[in-house]
Design a protein around this ligand. Sequence first.
Ligand SMILES: C[S@@+](CC[C@H](N)C(=O)[O-])C[C@H]1O[C@@H](n2cnc3c(N)ncnc32)[C@H](O)[C@@H]1O
Length: 496
Amino acid sequence: MGKKSATRASDAAGEPSRESTASTSVEAFTSWCASKSIELNGVAVGKDRASGRGCVATRDLSVGEVVVRVPDEVVLTTETSSVRTELDAFVGDDGVESPRLEKELLVIAVMCEMLRGEKNSEWGAYLRVVREGAENGHSILAWDDEQAEALEGTDTWFDAYENDDEGLDLPTMTDEHWEHVVRLFFERNPELARGMDEDELRELHFAATAMVAGYSFTLGDDEIQGMVPFWDMLNHAPPCAASVRLNHDPKRGLQMITVREVKKGEEVFNTYGPLRNAELLRRYGFVLARNPHGGTTVGLDEVIEAAMMANPDLYEELPLRLAWLESRGLADEELSTRFFVHQTGRPSHELLITMRALILKPEEMTALIETDFEDEEQLMILEGNDETRAEQSYMVGAALQFLSVHANERYAISMKASRLAYKMYADVSPTSETHESLYREWAAALVRMNEQQALIKLGRWTYHPARSEDALLHAWPFPEDEDEDDEIMVCTPVEE
Ligand SMILES: C[S@@+](CC[C@H](N)C(=O)[O-])C[C@H]1O[C@@H](n2cnc3c(N)ncnc32)[C@H](O)[C@@H]1O
């Protein structure tokens, strides 16, 4: 993602109707921004082939300039929305304890603002441009079954349809959210959806989920979920290539500050975080052909199957091993824990220690359980002599090899076919209606390829001639320092 030149959206005269409608709504949005005291200083909404609309510099920008200022009260949150009272009553006295519910309530707030109509809602003209953007994009909520099947086996698929981790960003478990949260809210507050049948409301829920997933921000230490007008007109670049940072100043509101020079006419990029293509696709509906962030995850069930192939004793011992892993935060009852594999094939510390615990002989496991980790001498004995270490590292290596092959079988489409589809559709335009299906096929192929490559490299990493025994045998005890690989960065404003 380099510095691309972009044109002002309002210059798009003579374009097909989808574009001219868009440019009218962008003009209405720009007037709306001015009416809400949103200050734009050297930037405007622009148009880009790859990402639809974006933010473009209207003059040369230097480092450290505040180019956008958004007053706090213009941010759409559950607190500022017109249904704050209804949402509070719905949540009850316990308040919102689940991060997912917080996001789901913002989806309801967005639905209710849209239900009020563009003229009556404080955010009318703003939500119109966001809805247009979300509908013209490739949110996986809009993929048909055949398109979505191409994602089978990927993290995009798992996180969208199966992962019930409360901390995950939307869209995830959308059908369940509808059933257990949104439908209930409107059953209790029928006057808010008067005149809508269930199908129409459901469609609005999909639209609002795509809008919150692709456009909302997590703000401040309290992790408030909010829609920040104009901030969300910026497209994504990896953190190293972003043009701005976001900041919240209690007196001056939300600020967007340049971190690099941007020439007049160039696009101004935000960063949505160090996200892999699987995450970019699930959350925002796009991928980057050259994404510096890659890798994949493997499930505990896959890890256990691979370990069993190397260590047949494991079958009998599994409950004990799982109890130990659970006590270290490495497993849960549903076996839904996932482990990261870096794009170079390097397994995460969590995966290495889990594999080591799973391949131990029964007597070694007993020693592990009985060891006092505070006692240095006992720890040294547990690490084992040269012979036991050689044996254990061989077993971990073999199990990781099995994992590399076995996990690669979870994809519906082979690596070769993924590579072919990726090459064939490399030139499709993500913003052209006629390329819609092809773009989705291409994006899914890229996600699969990224993941399949990481898994193949896991096998190569394990048997690399320079790989030491120490690299395969993660030291006891665990957990130790935080594993940076697994950290997920959200667009949290940076304090000045
Ligand atoms: C926060 S919005 C940015 C504004 C958006 N382009 C619009 O026209 O409304 C996020 C959406 O922009 C698009 N997008 C953002 N960054 C992109 C990129 N680097 N390449 C392609 N599409 C991108 C995706 O459709 C994503 O869901």
